[in-house]
Design a protein around this ligand. Structure first.
Ligand SMILES: CC(C)(COP(=O)(O)OP(=O)(O)OC[C@H]1O[C@@H](n2cnc3c(N)ncnc32)[C@H](O)[C@@H]1OP(=O)(O)O)[C@@H](O)C(=O)NCCC(=O)NCCS
Length: 152
């Protein structure tokens, strides 16, 4: 399956059909239900941490949204890849693009929240140098979560 990562638009400029695709991707891959308005209000600038995975028909098959939390730290707000495209190296590619962009903007840390039962993602981040720094109660409907952070 052929797809490529491209720079994404700012969420507020997304059309309604694209918002629906993104909501469905989040729901399928993370179990989190977002309202259309909350997708559009996510503060994600246009930069190397705002990536969409487009297939041969230019349909969105994945998304990485990160923001510049502060001078030092970048925060991943959403990261999801369509089931048909998972486990093919696309997540690793997006990670590398993000790290490169974050470094060239002078950032030295990445932080994110992950569900406690999402072992695949936890391992993915661990292999990339992130560690669990705290436990989140009541953040996810399904159970506990973790904050993971690492140096890049
Ligand atoms: C977590 C997620 C974004 C990772 O993306 P992905 O595309 O599945 O990840 P990758 O395929 O790049 O990496 C998974 C492993 O498969 C390996 N891999 C498998 N096939 C590969 C291929 N053809 N080429 C390169 N790597 C491959 C990768 O090397 C990687 O192993 P590593 O972590 O030891 O390096 C994705 O699985 C996902 O959307 N999960 C559900 C939602 C989710 O959990 N999001 C995170 C919430 S915080």
């Amino acid at each position: 399956m052929d797809a490529r990562w491209c720079l994404g638009p700012s969420p507020k400029s997304l059309d309604d059909a694209t918002v629906e695709v993104i909501k469905q991707l989040f729901l399928d891959q993370t179990g989190e239900r977002y309202a259309g308005a909350s997708v559009k209000s996510l503060p994600i600038p246009e930069w190397g941490g705002n990536l969409v995975l487009l297939d041969a028909n230019n349909l969105i098959r994945g998304l990485l949204w990160a923001n510049k939390f502060n001078e030092k730290r970048v925060r991943i707000v959403a990261f999801a890849i369509d089931s048909d495209y998972k486990g093919n190296g696309y997540g690793s590619q997006a990670w590398d693009i993000l790290v490169e962009a974050a470094r060239s903007d002078g950032h030295s840390e990445i932080q994110l929240e992950v569900r406690g039962d999402n072992q695949f993602a936890i391992d993915f981040y661990r292999k990339r140098g992130l560690k669990i720094v705290s436990t989140l109660e009541g953040y996810y409907k399904a159970g506990i979560g973790y904050v993971m952070r690492g140096t890049i």
